[in-house]
Design a protein around this ligand. Structure first.
Ligand code: AMP
Length: 425
């Protein structure tokens, strides 16, 4: 089979790597790919933000299945367009993807279907924002409605700070483009867990849990990023909690979407806060997360293609995934300055030595390749991912890989998985 993967980050590299292991896959294409993906797939020039560009590529290569990595093509309706043209594609339709693309839709949907989430108010103007702030205590969470690549959430310690953040979301100063709605949310405390399920529109199967590290600095200090690392261990959720989340979050979401005429197929990513009052949904994503995917797929022993096809063909069951007992850890290596401004084009050395380590896979997040040399090409550059029998082994292995790599102004967090390791002790 010919597979087309859309996207060009660490998540897509992990998807390409895993799909290539399927005995039924003869060729993997990736649009646009990156400096690491092009070692394992045929990279196609093109823009994942352009439907025309994706359709042209698909018409040329006639893939048997297209797998979409990032949210933007899903939000633009790539699944609707491909399906209309008879091209098989994995992921939710534009309407179903609203669970991620519109925070106000997601909050109202959760209220309609009694899915646990933080108290909230949707505000459409500065006046409404100031009035609604009276209903919340501080800290209060301010969220821009719409896709913001992890940059649309402000945790404000005073109401004035919250009002200013909300105003900057309305006028476009915070994100570059104005938003129509700002969501205020009760501040929740607890451990964050990413709970992912695969759905065929009716049935769901859970993936192993993972935890992302969103802040740029060690000990969760500093600005929010796309994700600086992740680990996956089963102990993040015990079996009872996994069942509870399937019954009280995942299944009601899938059934609710179906009852509203927006059947949801694909990966449903539930970002949860495990609070004293029980698990609460912080957000939904309508696709695999980055960098959790790198950590999660490192533990997948079964054929990823079988699972993705089960979603497309309406036959998801508990048996679609077989997981290794090993756990995993992924450390993101970034350009100095990220998530603010940074300089690309730095030559990267040590990749071969890091890749040569047992049980380590160096996924490329933002790189380019010229004349056999690999250069940085983005804020997040590499996702060094390792597996091992215990979390300590996976963490040590991942950092061993990271330390073999170097480029000017390279930056990484030194504490991925450290809190979980302390808790296990
Ligand atoms: P979101 O894009 O909604 O997942 O928010 C990004 C990050 O902001 C989350 O991963 C949390 O760390 C934090 N966050 C979002 N909502 C809340 C909340 N209600 N309480 C505390 N932290 C939150």
């Amino acid at each position: 089979m010919k597979i087309l993967v859309i996207g060009g980050g660490g998540r897509e590299h992990a998807l390409v790597w895993k799909l290539r292991q399927s005995p039924r896959v003869s060729q993997v294409y990736c649009l646009p790919g990156n400096g690491g993906i092009c070692e394992e797939a045929a990279c196609l020039p093109g823009d994942p933000k352009s439907l025309a560009s994706m359709l042209t590529a698909a018409h040329q290569i006639q893939p048997d299945l297209t797998v979409v990595g990032p949210e933007i093509p899903l939000s633009m309706g790539v699944v609707d367009e491909f399906t209309r043209r008879g091209l098989r594609i994995f992921g939710p339709t534009q309407r179903a993807a609203q669970l991620e693309t519109s925070k106000s839709f997601a909050k109202e949907f959760m209220q309609r279907h009694q899915i646990p989430t933080a108290h909230y108010a949707v505000c459409t103007s500065e006046e409404e924002l100031r009035k609604s702030l009276g209903l919340f205590s501080t800290p209060v969470v301010v969220k821009a409605d719409g896709l913001a690549a992890g940059k649309g959430v402000v945790i404000a310690s005073t109401k004035e700070e919250a009002a200013l953040a909300g105003i900057d979301m309305f006028n476009g100063k915070l994100l570059g483009t104005p938003v129509a709605n700002v969501v205020l949310e009760e501040f929740l405390e607890g451990e964050e867990v990413s709970f992912l399920v695969l759905s065929d529109g009716e049935r769901v199967a859970a993936l192993v849990p993972a935890q992302d590290h969103k802040r740029i600095g060690d000990r969760d200090q500093g600005a929010n990023t796309g994700g600086m690392g992740a680990f996956s261990v089963d102990s993040l959720l015990d079996a009872g909690m996994s069942d509870w989340l399937l019954n009280h979050v995942a299944r009601p979401v899938i059934a609710g979407m179906k009852s509203e005429g927006a059947e949801y197929r694909g990966i449903l990513y539930c970002g949860l806060m495990m609070t004293a009052r029980g698990p609460m949904v912080l957000e939904f994503n309508c696709r695999f997360g980055d960098p959790e995917t790198q950590a999660v797929l490192m533990r997948l022993d079964s054929d990823l293609l079988d699972a993705l096809e089960a979603s497309v063909e309406g036959r998801v069951s508990d048996g679609v995934f077989k997981w290794s007992r090993d756990v995993s850890c992924c450390v993101v290596v970034a350009s100095g300055g990220y998530p603010g401004s940074f300089v690309s084009g730095k030559q990267i050395s040590g990749l071969d030595r890091a890749s040569g380590l047992d049980n380590v896979k160096v996924f490329h997040s933002g790189t380019s390749k010229r004349d056999g040399l690999v250069y940085t090409n983005g804020g997040r550059v590499l996702s060094v991912t390792a597996r091992g029998p215990e979390l300590r082994d996976a963490i040590n292995r991942a950092y061993e890989g990271v330390r073999l790599i170097s480029f000017e102004d390279m930056y990484y967090r030194t504490d991925i998985g450290a809190r979980a390791l302390r808790a296990l002790k």
